[in-house]
Design a protein around this ligand. Structure first.
Ligand SMILES: [Zn+2]
Ligand SMILES: [Zn+2]
Length: 192
């Protein structure tokens, strides 16, 4: 399933997680299949003709893969520490050292730790870590996971290295040259 070319600048899909994404520079977030028409009308004021195309595509999509019916409560989250997903921004945040509480707000992490883990006078570094986060949905429907941007860098370097190795392989492949063939022929001829 691919986004039709006429819509490819407006929406995209993440096939691994069954997520529909709005590509508008002001969004770059997931949109639920139920909410997408209202989103495109009320937030982006797209014309009915383009919305009709989007709705047609979304209906096809969810009939083929029901994961795309997810909303912010049911959407599948990537594993903590995984490579960042495309489209959605990476933001700085805080992770609790004692549970999976994640937030972008320093006051929230302190409140969480005070309330849940009863650690009032500890230093910041003893109660939470600074991390990079992503969330599919925004606007108070955030559910964060931790991303590792260094993996993105590593993957990029790996791909680059593979490219170089392939390039070297191509260069190392023996290419028969006329001169060599000629010599081979001559040797054989002499031994007879
Ligand atoms: Zn949008
Ligand atoms: Zn905690």
């Amino acid at each position: 399933m691919e986004v039709p070319e006429t819509l490819a600048h407006l929406i995209t899909i993440n096939v691994d997680f069954g997520v529909l994404l709005c590509l508008s520079p002001s969004c770059k977030r997931a949109v639920s299949s139920i909410g997408i028409d209202g989103h495109m009308r009320n937030i982006h004021h797209y014309k009915p003709a383009i919305r009709k195309q989007i709705n047609g595509f979304v209906q096809d999509l969810i009939s083929q893969d029901t994961r795309f019916q997810c909303n912010y409560t049911t959407v599948q989250l990537p594993a903590d520490g995984s490579i960042p997903q495309l489209v959605v921004p990476v933001v700085g945040g805080f992770s609790c050292q004692e549970c999976r509480f994640l937030t972008t707000n320093r006051d929230n992490i302190r409140k969480h730790v005070n309330r849940e883990h009863l650690k009032k006078r500890k230093k910041d570094g003893d109660i939470f870590n600074c991390v990079q986060l992503q969330t599919w949905f925004g606007n108070k429907r955030e559910r964060y996971w931790v991303v590792d941007e260094s993996k993105e860098l590593e993957l990029g370097q790996q791909l680059e290295q593979e490219d170089q190795e392939q390039e070297q392989d191509r260069q190392l492949e023996p290419e028969p040259e006329l001169g060599q063939l000629g010599r081979l022929y001559n040797t054989t001829a002499i031994s007879h």
